[in-house]
Design a protein around this ligand. Structure first.
Ligand SMILES: *Cc1c(COP(=O)(O)O)cnc(C)c1O
Length: 462
């Protein structure tokens, strides 16, 4: 299996190379050259299997000879061993024909653990083999940073530095980043906002001397390895509701389009998915794109579902590549237009293809709070604000096909908004109940490239 760039002008890579590289050199994103197919029989055979067994069956065709069969099985087992639920991704019923896929039983209580835990294992195995050492640097508004730290803490050959905006992440998110005791973990509180953190990260990748010196690597949401790990739970959920003999639809609270694009891959592999519904908060660039056929940047307004507060949806480029029949030159031209003018218009043929696969909806702040309260009455479930955005849009799109909404975070990760909506302060699961007593370790740093690079050089353990 080989990987090609969505802009058509970067080297073709193996799975291992695509995973370690992240962004392609032509600015594009890596996607598999062909999408592996699963037959109805192979899909039916997933029923009743463990999450790990299903994960192996679904992902194996994508990884080529990067890992042997046995090694890949071991990596998957290790990745999900720390989850707090035996089913890993349990399905709950909310209402007739409406189900909630709980993706928050991982170590940091958000769905990002599904991909990040596996990536951590795969990076470690590949690095042990090559003898290379790397420095992972990430910028976060909260969930990605904590998931990356949990995944890479204590691993050999890797240091992980996470930049977060000082004073602008929730206390649970901050403590998840600052309380791990492993020496290779470094939480950096930057005097700036999230955009500053992201800009300094980009500066570091563009400083080629520094990049080579420390072996800089990234694990942000455009990494193909992350998308792939997320394909699995679409299969396990659909099969438990009767696939391949019955169709299901999914609603996905989304920002960077990574999670929902994984659903599209599952559909292309042969899973019986009817609709994939994009759910956005007030930062609705994706919903507007689907409605109007034009993608127009409008700036970000902070919301109570902060992990979906985005201005540019990076993984949407992968969907565009499919919509344009894999014509990288056209995708590159549209992405240049977005960068230069802040907008581009999708061709009629391409927007028709997108609308054949995706629906969309947008939820206001008031509606999000209202949905949290109403869901408590309807089913007794306490939803996090991101999941509430999903459930509201799913209700608006409910038809005869069973609907599965992805619950992307545990309510206790966003206790203030949940309490404001419902009057109930959600409590952390037992296994992390002492989070507020653990000792914090964090370095405050100026919003300055030189200061950050010096700090990273001096504090690497590898
Ligand atoms: C990251 C995140 C999202 C958005 O996921 P995308 O892959 O960017 O679409 C939604 N909800 C939560 C809780 C998240 O952490």
């Amino acid at each position: 299996m080989r990987y090609v760039s969505t802009r058509g002008a970067a080297p073709v890579l193996t799975f291992e190379e695509a995973m370690m590289t992240g962004l392609a050199r032509d600015g594009g994103l890596y996607v598999p050259e062909t999408i592996p197919q699963m037959t109805g029989e192979e899909i039916a055979a997933l029923a009743g299997q463990s999450y790990e067994a299903a994960a192996y069956a679904v992902m194996r065709p994508f990884i080529g000879d990067t890992f042997s069969d046995d090694e890949f099985r071991r990596l998957i087992d290790a990745a999900y061993a720390g989850f707090g639920h035996a089913a890993r991704a349990p399905l709950k019923q909310l209402a007739p024909n409406h189900f909630l896929l709980e993706l928050f039983h991982g170590p940091t209580l958000a769905f990002k653990d599904f991909a990040m835990q596996l990536i951590g294992q795969m990076f470690q195995a590949a690095l042990t083999r090559s003898g290379k050492q790397i420095t992972i640097v990430g910028a976060t508004s909260g969930d990605t940073g904590s998931a990356a730290i949990e995944a890479f803490k204590g691993l050999d050959n890797v240091d992980v530095f996470i930049l977060f905006p000082h004073g602008r992440v929730s206390e649970v998110q901050r403590r998840q980043m600052t309380t791990p005791t492993e020496a290779n973990v470094h939480a950096l509180a930057v005097d700036g906002d999230f955009d500053d953190c992201q800009a300094r990260l980009k500066d570091m990748f563009n400083d080629f001397d520094f990049r080579d010196e420390v072996g800089l690597a990234g694990v942000n949401s455009i990494n193909w390895g992350r998308v792939l790990a997320q394909v699995v739970y679409y299969f396990t959920a659909a099969v438990s509701l009767g696939a391949p003999h019955r169709k299901v639809s999914f609603t996905v609270p989304t920002g960077n389009f990574g999670d929902i694009f994984a659903g599209y891959i599952a559909k292309r592999m042969g899973l019986s998915i009817d609709r994939l519904v994009i759910a956005t908060n007030q930062n609705d660039i994706l919903h507007r794109t689907m409605e109007t056929g034009a993608q127009v940047k409008e700036g970000v307004t902070p919301s109570i579902s902060p992990s979906m507060d985005i201005q540019v949806s990076s993984n949407f480029e992968r969907a565009l590549f499919e919509a344009y029949d894999r014509d990288g030159a056209v995708v590159a031209a549209q992405m240049d237009e977005l960068k230069d003018k802040g907008a581009f218009t999708i061709s009629q043929g391409a927007i028709d293809m997108l609308r054949e696969n995706f629906d969309s909806g947008r939820v206001s702040e008031k509606e999000t709070l209202g949905r949290i309260k109403a869901e408590l009455t309807r089913s007794g479930e306490l939803l996090c604000p991101h999941s509430a955005v999903g459930v509201k849009v799913a209700d608006d799109h409910q038809g005869a096909t069973p609907m599965i909404t992805l619950a992307t975070a545990h309510p206790a990760k966003f206790p203030d908004a949940v309490e404001q909506a419902s009057g109930i302060r959600p409590v952390l699961p037992d296994r992390m109940a002492d989070l507020f007593e653990r000792k914090e370790r964090v370095t405050r740093v100026a919003n300055d490239l030189g200061a950050l690079e010096t700090l990273i050089r001096e504090n690497r353990t590898t």
